[in-house]
Design a protein around this ligand. Structure first.
Ligand SMILES: [Zn+2]
Length: 150
């Protein structure tokens, strides 16, 4: 299974043809660019965004999201009642992904929960979706640093 089996054209819901530089709808012909390994299905000027989404799309938020100032903070553990490492371990136990399974992380943000699945097995296909373009760029950059492909 490849990524085109997970996605369709956001406008007309038909199949997409995958190219290195873009995905194209076989029905309406709309093209979705691939930038640094990330497919842009939702151009930033195509929808009105609320404050929460705008926050998640700010570069500052991307930088602090998994740092010691946000999810990586020991201060959040009592608030959330689980550390980030324990949360990752819990999700991995629940998902029970085999070494060659495919994993889809919806609303993956900066890839905090996506990367552990990709790092665990090079035979596993792991795909992250998110509305935040900066978060996806960050997740992709981090994935490359860990030797995983985008
Ligand atoms: Zn279409």
């Amino acid at each position: 299974m490849r990524i085109q089996e997970f996605v369709c054209c956001p406008k007309c819901k038909r199949n997409l043809q995958v190219h290195t530089e873009y995905f194209i709808c076989i029905e309406c012909g709309l093209q979705y660019p691939v930038v640094d390994g990330v497919v842009e299905f939702l151009p930033s000027n195509s929808v009105e965004k609320g404050r929460g989404q705008k926050l998640m799309e700010s570069e500052k938020m991307v930088k602090i999201y998994e740092s010691k100032w946000w999810r990586g903070s020991k201060l959040f553990t009592p608030f959330l009642k689980i550390s980030i490492d324990d949360e990752i371990a819990l999700i991995k136990r629940i998902v029970k992904a085999g070494p060659a399974d495919r994993v889809l992380d919806l609303a993956c943000g900066p890839g905090v929960f996506t990367r552990p699945f990709a790092i665990e097995s090079s035979d596993r296909e792991v795909i992250g979706f998110d509305l935040s373009w900066p978060m996806l760029r960050y997740a992709n950059t981090k994935a490359k640093k860990f030797g995983t492909t985008s």
